[in-house]
Design a protein around this ligand. Structure first.
Ligand code: SF4
Length: 100
């Protein structure tokens, strides 16, 4: 009986380890997929700066009124702001690449 109990405990332990490993893999995969990239089509951008109001953490104008991308890659915490920047761009020069 004790032998059976020990085997059961070992089986549960292995099962829990496998689950933990699966969970870690899922978290790592999810973290990788959460990284997005803000892409500027420079040939379309006229530097009007409308986008910088929506996502100042990612975009700003320099002293020559040229658009500067402060951070190409960003996480979910800035996704709404990046989407707003994309939405307001009158030249459709911004897009979000999710294949990072
Ligand atoms: S809103 Fe569009 S066109 Fe204007 S600076 Fe930003 S990316 Fe360039």
């Amino acid at each position: 009986m004790q032998f059976h109990w020990r085997n059961t405990q070992m089986a549960l332990s292995c099962e829990n380890s496998a689950r933990t490993e699966d969970s870690l893999n899922a978290i790592q995969l999810s973290a990788r997929n959460d990284i997005m990239k803000l892409v500027v089509e420079w040939s379309l951008c006229d530097g009007n700066g409308v986008c910088t109001v929506e996502a100042p953490e990612l975009l700003r104008l320099n002293e020559q009124d040229e658009l500067v991308v402060l951070s190409e890659k960003f996480g979910p915490e800035l996704e709404a702001k990046a989407q707003a920047a994309v939405r307001v761009c009158p030249k459709r020069a911004l897009r979000i690449d999710r294949s990072q």
